[in-house]
Design a protein around this ligand. Structure first.
Ligand code: GDP
Ligand code: MG
Length: 302
C-alpha cells in the first residue's frame, strides 16, 4: 500500500471527523465571514485541538485572510494547512541514530503502546539490515518481558531480559555490554510506566539515563515519549509529567486509528514543543508511520 494511502486508512476515523466537517463547511461556503470562522473554531475544538490552540489558529487565519485578501474556499483551506503545518514543523528537527550502537529509550504511561511500538520499530530496523537489541527495562511484571520476547522473535531482534522485579538499571547495563560484544546497531529499551509517583519515576529514569551516559558516551540517543491519542487532553497532562522526569527528544502518538480526534497531534506538539517522530495506526507490525508533518496535514485536510 502506498505510504499516503496507509496514512489515510490509519486515520480514517480522524479524517471522517475533521475532513468531513471541513468539507461540508467549504461546500456551504458563503464567504470568509464571522460565521465561517466561528464554525471553523468549533470544528477544531471538536477535533481535540484544544480551545486555546483552536482560537489561535483561527485568529491567524483571519489575519492571513485580511493580509492576503483570501476569498475562495480553496484559498482558505490552503492557508489553514499552512497554519497547522507550522505548528508541527516548528517543534523540532529529524531523528538521528547514526552511532553504533545508538539507543532509543521508550517511556510513557502504562498501556499507551510502548512495547508494541518497540516491536514495530525492531521489525522495521531489522528489515533495513540493522542489528537490533531489545532491552526489557520494564521489570514490573514478567508479562512485560514476555511480550517483548515475542516481538523480538517476530522481528529477528536479540533481547536482554532479567527476572521480574529486578533492577531496570542492571538490565540496561547488561544490554549495553551485549550490544558492544555483538556489534549491535540499535538498542531499544523498554521501561515501566507504572511507577508510584513522580519522584520515583524521575529516579528510575535518571538512573537508566546515567548508565547510558557512562557506558555509551557520545552515542546517539532518542528518548521517545509515547502518548495514546485516544486519551485526548488527559494524555497530555500525563505526558507533561514524563517530560519533567526525563530529557524527552521526541514523541510517538499511538492508536490514531482509534480516534476521530486527530487534532490531539497538534495540541501535543504545540504544548510540549517536541517533534512527533512516529504515529501508530494499529496493532500489527507495519502499523507504524514515520511522521511527516506535510503528509499528515494533507491527509487530514484533503
Ligand atoms: N489500535 C491500536 N492499538 C495499539 C496501538 N499501539 C498499541 N496498541 C495496543 O495497546 C495495548 C497496550 O500496548 P502495550 O504496547 O502493551 O503498551 P505499554 O504498556 O505502553 O507497553 C495493546 O493491546 C496494543 O496492541 C495502535 O497504534 N493502535
Ligand atoms: Mg509494555
Amino acid at each position: 500500500m502506498a505510504f499516503f494511502d496507509k496514512i489515510k486508512q490509519g486515520l480514517s476515523k480522524t479524517r471522517k471527523n475533521i475532513s468531513t466537517q471541513l468539507q461540508s463547511m467549504f461546500d456551504s461556503f458563503t464567504g470568509a465571514n464571522e460565521e465561517f470562522f466561528e464554525e471553523l473554531e468549533e470544528t477544531l475544538i471538536m477535533a481535540d485541538l484544544g480551545a486555546e490552540l483552536a482560537m489561535r489558529c483561527v485568529d491567524k487565519l483571519r489575519e492571513l485572510t485580511k493580509q492576503r485578501g483570501l476569498r475562495g474556499p480553496e484559498e482558505l483551506r490552503e492557508a489553514l494547512s499552512e497554519i497547522l503545518l507550522e505548528i508541527l514543523i516548528s517543534s523540532g528537527e529529524g531523528i538521528s541514530l547514526n552511532t553504533k550502537p545508538s539507543v532509543i529509550l521508550m517511556i510513557g504511561v502504562n498501556g499507551v503502546g510502548k512495547t508494541t511500538t518497540i516491536g514495530k520499530l525492531a521489525a522495521r530496523f531489522t528489515k533495513e539490515g540493522k542489528r537490533v537489541l531489545l532491552c526489557a527495562g520494564d521489570t514490573f511484571r514478567a508479562a512485560a518481558a514476555e511480550q517483548l520476547s515475542e516481538w523480538a522473535g517476530r522481528s529477528g531482534a536479540d533481547i536482554v531480559r532479567h527476572e521480574e522485579g529486578s533492577d531496570p538499571g542492571a538490565v540496561v547495563f547488561d544490554a549495553i555490554s551485549a550490544a558492544k560484544a555483538r556489534e549491535v546497531d540499535i538498542i531499544i529499551c523498554d521501561t515501566a510506566g507504572r511507577l508510584h509517583n513522580k519522584q520515583n519515576l524521575m529516579n528510575e529514569l535518571n538512573k537508566i539515563s546515567r548508565i547510558i551516559d557512562r557506558e555509551l558516551p557520545g552515542a546517539d540517543r532518542e528518548t521517545l515519549l509515547v502518548i495514546d491519542a485516544t486519551t485526548g487532553q488527559n494524555g497530555l497532562i500525563q505526558a507533561k509529567q514524563f517530560r519533567e522526569a526525563a530529557r524527552v527528544t521526541g514523541l510517538v502518538l499511538t492508536k490514531l486509528d482509534g480516534t476521530a480526534k486527530g487534532g490531539i497531534v497538534f495540541a501535543i506538539a504545540d504544548e510540549l514543543g517536541l517533534p512527533v517522530r512516529y504515529v501508530g495506526v494499529g496493532e500489527q507490525v507495519d502499523d507504524l508511520i514515520d511522521f511527516e508533518p506535510r503528509e499528515f496535514v494533507n491527509a487530514l485536510l484533503r
